[in-house]
Design a protein around this ligand. Structure first.
Ligand code: FAD
Length: 462
């Protein structure tokens, strides 16, 4: 870039935008962060369950390979809480309830082994640095996962298990994502075993007290550089600068912010809604790009009572709404928190229910899963599908043709406009780790130049 006092506007105060803003401010840039919501953190959001307990309504889990995230947690004085898997798992398959020591559903082991072998070979085919350049990229990108399942999986157990697996891993409806996206996502996150594991895997820890605290800590470092309630609707490049147009979500007043550069750090479906002048040479999302299908539910108990019954709280169901549950109790055990995930195809119909209907459906399901537990003292539902400033979660889902069309230009600056956000990261795409890496990359493009940023990214990856 850029000398001291270069003006940079960052659009979006999620983890990616905040990371970019802190790096740029530290390098001496004059940074302004425009955030549409009345809070920072985006998809990292604390849900108060009592006066002392906060649950993760959005992102929660991390593991040892999330090196940038772990370093940032340490630097900001936060701690980790282990995810506990003490006791038996509960399975509710076609309304039949079983409990077992294994985390894998009691389905034909050979059929599930064959499914994982097939998935592993797809994952091995993907070129991690450029999925669109993988050997069969065009074919795999044109094929939906639902079609692949219909053609490849013959055993009923594999067919029954697959939607549960992909719902939990990617919050995806198999009919809406391409095989290339599934294989890339599993590879980018560290492989199937790593992504799926608690101990030693991507779900080993949570940030003690809630993941939102990390964004709040970064926001404190930025102080009044952050403007909340500013919905950016247009980005106009004129002469040697940029005008960023936003509308107040409080009083509807329009504002203009002048900058030398802009970092757009929002999910692709939202970036696609911004008017860019001149227009973008390639879209940020297409009609095939989907919302991640996740609704998160929290049930509060006086303590993790399921442990007294020899249960871990981990459950998997073949039918919704709660496709899986996990024990997310605070580390001081001052309460018992069961987190439920409504994901994949089940999430859209659940999202359409009224709040009381959602709560009724969840409580009925919880009674079937854990008949020995009393009713929870509180039920909270966080519906990301309906969320205007996220448009689904965990991350955007690339549909058929998207990787070939969007992939090559994901990080390519458009003049003075640079891109961040977890969906622009080829490493840990869709995760908090990907968000941080994307924010650093975008900031380094401005501080050191795009080529140096790309080289340093390669060096980090090695
Ligand atoms: C239910 C759920 C579970 C998840 N689980 C995990 C997990 O266990 N582990 C993990 O690593 N990750 C998980 N994730 C994903 C993780 O939350 C994201 O990868 C990460 O938080 C993305 O950060 P970001 O900054 O790229 O985007 P965001 O967090 O989406 O930030 C974008 C920001 O931009 C703002 N914005 C949008 N449009 C505009 C506009 N026009 N003008 C101004 N501001 C705008 C938004 O309000 C938001 O604050 C989960 C997400 C969800 C929702």
């Amino acid at each position: 870039m850029t000398g001291a006092d270069t003006r940079v506007v960052v659009v979006g105060a999620g983890l990616a935008g905040l990371t970019a803003a802190v790096e740029l401010a530290t390098a001496g840039a004059d940074v302004t962060v425009l955030e549409a919501r009345q809070r920072v953190g985006g998809r990292m959001h604390g849900i108060p369950m009592s006066s002392t307990v906060i649950a993760d309504g959005g992102a929660a889990y991390l593991g040892v390979r999330h090196t940038e995230l772990l370093a940032m947690i340490r630097e900001n004085g936060l701690g980790l809480a282990s995810t506990e898997m003490l006791g038996d798992s509960t399975f509710l398959l076609s309304d039949e309830r079983t409990t077992t020591a294994s985390r894998v559903p009691p389905l034909d082991a050979v059929a599930l082994g064959d499914l994982f072998d097939r998935l592993e070979s797809l994952v091995a085919e993907v070129c991690a640095e450029a999925p669109w350049a993988s050997p069969r990229a065009e074919y795999l990108d044109g094929l939906t996962v639902a079609r692949w399942v219909a053609e490849e999986l013959e055993h009923p157990a594999a067919r029954a298990f697959f939607p549960m697996f992909i719902g939990e891993m990617m919050a995806a409806d198999p009919a809406r994502i391409s095989v290339l996206h599934m294989a890339f996502y599993l590879r980018s996150g560290g492989g199937i075993r790593y992504l799926n594991a608690f101990k030693g895997g991507a779900q080993e820890w949570r940030i003690d007290g809630g993941a939102h605290q990390l964004c709040e800590a970064l926001a404190r470092r930025l102080g009044n550089r952050i403007r909340l309630g500013r919905d950016v609707d247009a980005v106009e490049q004129i002469g040697d600068g940029v005008l960023v147009h936003s509308t107040s979500t409080v009083d509807g007043m329009a504002s203009e912010h002048r900058a030398d550069y802009v970092v757009v750090a929002i999910p692709p479906l939202l970036a696609q809604q911004i008017e860019f002048r001149p227009g973008l040479p390639a879209p940020r999302a297409t009609p095939a790009t989907g919302r991640g299908c996740a609704v998160k539910v929290h049930l509060s108990y006086p303590s993790p009572i399921w442990r007294e019954h020899g249960l871990s709280g981990w459950s998997v169901s073949s039918d919704g709404p709660l496709l899986s549950t996990v024990d997310d109790s605070p580390s001081d055990l001052s309460a018992g928190i069961l987190t439920g995930f409504v994901t994949g195809a089940a999430a859209a119909s659940f999202s359409a229910l009224s709040l009381p209907e959602k709560a009724d459906a969840v409580l009925a399901h919880a009674r079937k899963l854990f008949p020995q537990l009393p009713a929870p003292t509180r039920c909270s539902v966080t519906d990301w599908l309906a969320d205007r400033y996220s448009k689904g979660c965990y991350a955007a889902l690339f549909g058929p043709g998207d990787w070939m069309r969007l992939g090559p230009t994901l990080t390519e600056p458009h003049g003075r406009v640079h891109w961040a956000g977890t969906e622009t990261s080829l490493e840990f795409f869709g995760l908090m780790e990907g968000a941080i890496r994307s924010g650093r990359r975008a900031a380094h493009e401005l501080i050191y130049g795009a080529d140096v940023a790309a080289d340093s990214r390669k060096a980090t990856a090695q």
